[in-house]
Write a protein that binds this ligand. Sequence first.
Ligand code: ATP
Length: 513
Amino acid sequence: MAQEDVFKKIVSHCKEYGFVFPSSDIYDGLAAVYDYGQNGVELKNNIKEYWWKSMVLLHENIVGIDSAIFMHPTIWKASGHVDAFNDPLIDNRDSKKRYRADNLIEDQIAKYDEKIDKEVAKARKRFGDAFDESQFRQTNARVMEYQQKRDALHERYTRAMQGPDLAELKQIIIDEEIVDPISGTKNWTDVRQFNLMFSTEMGASADGAMKVYLRPETAQGIFVNYLNVQKTGRMKVPFGIAQIGKAFRNEIVARQFIFRMREFEQMEMQFFVKPGTELDWFANWKQTRMKWHQTLGFGAENYRFHDHEKLAHYANAATDIEFRMPFGFKEVEGIHSRTNFDLSQHEKYCGKQIKYFDPQTNESYTPYVIETSIGVDRMFLSVMCHSYEEEKLDNGETRTVLHLPAALAPVKLAVLPLVKKDGLPEKAREIIDALKFHFNCQYDEKDTIGKRYRRQDAIGTPYCVTVDYDSLKDNTVTLRHRDTMAQERVNIADLNGIIEDKVSIASLLKQLQ
Ligand code: ATP
């Protein structure tokens, strides 16, 4: 099945099984805004718990906060968002569609990469074991031509973005003959800058109202609380502050379901370090965060670092952790070495000292910062994309199953009485009543056992137990495993011992140690 079709299936599966709904669905939705349903919220909470505990539970020197969404508007002036949090947009006059100019050009660069990859794949097939990829890349005329064009375009684009030089961005689009994917024409408007922050007014009267912004990132809430936390928590550098919360961006092009939303959630951690040590900490956090991702068991080959060549003016290193989505490798998390830019800016704008006094060396300095910033929703999407499978069974049937990591699954155990009578429902409820304090259980008595198993497979429930007539006599049940569909007879009294450890967030956290 084409990857595009797989993605469509995942989107409709998310809706059908109560994971993600379009926001305001009965009013036909609101673009790029989504609601999480009864299963989605559980999965999302589990992702957040895994992240939160990996930060504040496993690190003595990291604490959490929960800052407000509304903040003093000068914060966004100081951070640079009022002046520079812009995307370059361009319209196509025929389709009336709006695009990000940078995305159009990046897609064009990716097309050259795809062409090169195709040539390499063809040659590998032709030459078999004797194939020397690097020699091929350096000598094949066609590949060299593509590579030259790609590099020239990349360099021109990087220069244009640095200004940014909007006229040059448009010229690149014209020179590369980039067409609108909908109208197929090159009838483009000029490129304009568009600020991504949503604003509203705070205050009762129109005259006295103050323009405030919905925060476009949670990080600034951490920076402006640096002194509060450092002092009240008696924190010693190096230390970190973690936060999970909503962020809002008026994205020009909302694409790919919950990958790019206008209201989304971030999990950010700012780690304050002594100047000069930041690049070591940057390397350290890169490894720590990659391990966090890979512990979910999705396969190391599905992740990669994308180190930034073009750095923001305040950063001295930056990388993205990318995950292989059905629509290609995409950023899920950013790790940035932000120097002392943010704290220094706030110091300048608020007029107060924001420093750290090191009692050991008796010096005072503005800490440098390593930031790890991950989108909850993108993480959710990567978990869904990797877990979804339409599995062909030996009997010719197909089952749709979510191979969710057990610790993230919304429901851990489904308890199914074989029939709705003769005391079996009561026995099933007894099991749930004993286990519901340990993990999420679900009771289901409707339809055949086979259909009930399929329903649980579709929401990723790792375990089902079936209560039958023997259960009444000998207190045993059939335990069925989601991935293998293997069944075993176990004592009811042993269920907690078998299941709890495997489905707990602690089981993941232990692997991080
Ligand atoms: P992109 O280049 O895709 O716009 P970004 O580099 O602007 O992302 P950051 O500002 O570094 O993103 O934000 C950190 C993380 O927040 C991203 O890695 C992503 O997981 C998440 N994120 C950012 N924008 C969105 C969005 N519109 N919808 C969902 N998640 C987002």
